[in-house]
Design a binder for this molecule. Structure first.
Ligand code: HEC
Ligand code: HEC
Ligand code: HEC
Ligand code: HEC
Ligand code: HEC
Ligand code: HEC
Length: 253
């Protein structure tokens, strides 16, 4: 039995033993930051090497205005920290951050603005989190129900800045049943994802385009930041929120 499988089996057993209690407390979840820092990152691929402070970036403050697609498709930011080759020159030429931070739409790359980005402070801008207070609530992550906020028209993030997104409609709801665990299936609603993301954000790099064919797809790897966990630990509501993915799970989980 390999480690992942052993882990999963032990976990299923643990769930069984724990019925009636809060299993999440016993699941080896990465600790969650305070809600106003969930989804915040410090970009430091080249900064400190070049004697400037690492760059603060907050997902919640940007997703109020733009979908993931804008940055992770149009602007070609990778969904992995410190892998995109962002340079000061490229930013100044209107690429990456500079596509918006150009002194027109938002503050640009001028002397007095360097420290708005290069400040090494993951909590930067936290006082602005208060403006999210009126959005619908959830229990984990930013504690904002982004799905409902979008559906109710409380936020209207732009889905493109260059070419209007002409995405094929695909609203298939998948049920992903993990065999042999006696756990209610997880659901994967395509429609709620394609409001934020492009097909190519997931296919074919993260998931095969055929149900139940993605290899090694398990909760233990999700918990390591793969598959669903790529987003559902760092930007979208985190894995702690069992029932949002396993709707038939009892409240005791
Ligand atoms: C809108 C945010 C933003 C602003 C404003 C900004 N930068 Fe940057 N800068 C970045 C990002 C993101 C990177 C990539 C960081 C990394 O990968 O470590 C970067 C990288 C750098 C680098 C290292 C890479 C290279 O190209 O040499 C230097 C030096 C730098 N910036 C200087 C500056 C200076 C000086 C200013 C002010 C005139 C400034 N930056 C303003 C976001 C910004
Ligand atoms: C305004 C631009 C922007 C938007 C909008 C945006 N992102 Fe990002 N995202 C970034 C940047 C920049 C990085 C860091 C890339 C790097 O360092 O190479 C990043 C990194 C990530 C990472 C990796 C984080 C880590 O800790 O390793 C994930 C996952 C991610 N984004 C998912 C999303 C999702 C999901 C959405 C939509 C809900 C989204 N992003 C919206 C710019 C954006
Ligand atoms: C698609 C457009 C877009 C891109 C790309 C973008 N930003 Fe922004 N950024 C904005 C907008 C709009 C605001 C103002 C948000 C607000 O105040 O609600 C903002 C605000 C900020 C702030 C907050 C400043 C403050 O004083 O509160 C920081 C820091 C920031 N961006 C850093 C970055 C960095 C670093 C990158 C690149 C890695 C980046 N942004 C890429 C549009 C963008
Ligand atoms: C957030 C990630 C994500 C996005 C975005 C996404 N998909 Fe999927 N898709 C999945 C997952 C997960 C599966 C199931 C894979 C598995 O079980 O191995 C899947 C499966 C599929 C399947 C097979 C369905 C079946 O019943 O066998 C098709 C077809 C598909 N996707 C098309 C699309 C198209 C078209 C888009 C864009 C409109 C899209 N997907 C966007 C995650 C995504
Ligand atoms: C590329 C990023 C990404 C990946 C990968 C991803 N999701 Fe999501 N998912 C999102 C975003 C963004 C939302 C919007 C809600 C939020 O941000 O909290 C969302 C929403 C959902 C919702 C809607 C919850 C509701 O309130 O109705 C479900 C269910 C869900 N995801 C399940 C999954 C499952 C299961 C997987 C893996 C098969 C997965 N997601 C993979 C980004 C992702
Ligand atoms: C973002 C969506 C998501 C969330 C949140 C989530 N799960 Fe899952 N879970 C899945 C998916 C998808 C699978 C099925 C993988 C497959 O196809 O085998 C799964 C499978 C499982 C399994 C089967 C064992 C395994 O390793 O695959 C268990 C046990 C499980 N989940 C428990 C939980 C518990 C307990 C929670 C809350 C603490 C939770 N899950 C939260 C998506 C999620």
């Amino acid at each position: 039995m390999n480690r992942a499988r052993f882990f999963s089996l032990s976990f299923a057993l643990l769930c069984f033993l724990m019925t009636g209690r809060d299993t999440t407390a016993f699941y080896p979840f990465p600790p969650l930051p305070p809600q106003e820092q969930y989804g915040n990152i410090l970009i430091n691929r080249t900064s400190e090497k070049n004697k400037v402070k690492s760059v603060t970036f907050s997902h919640w403050s940007h997703r109020l205005h733009y979908t993931c697609r804008v940055c992770h498709l149009e602007l070609e930011f990778n969904m992995q920290l410190n892998t995109t080759e962002i340079t000061e020159e490229a930013n100044k030429a209107g690429k990456f951050c500079g596509a918006c931070h150009n002194d027109k739409a938002v503050f640009g790359h001028t002397r007095d603005n360097c420290e708005k980005c290069h400040n090494g402070d993951k909590a930067y801008g936290k006082e602005k989190f208060a403006k999210l207070a009126d959005l619908p609530k959830t229990k984990y992550g930013n504690k904002v129900d982004w799905v409902k906020a979008l559906q109710d028209g409380l936020i209207k993030p732009k889905n493109f800045i260059y070419d209007e997104a002409r995405q094929i409609a695909f609203d298939r709801l998948l049920e992903l049943q993990a065999e042999n665990y006696g756990i209610p299936p997880a659901v994967f609603p395509h429609s709620l994802h394609t409001q934020w993301l492009d097909c190519s954000n997931c296919h074919p790099d993260i998931f095969n385009i055929k149900k139940k064919t993605t290899k090694h797809f398990s909760m233990s790897l999700c918990l390591k930041g793969q598959f669903c966990g790529l987003c559902h630990l760092r930007t979208a509501f985190p894995l702690n929120d069992c029932k949002r993915c396993h709707p038939a799970m009892s409240d005791s989980y």
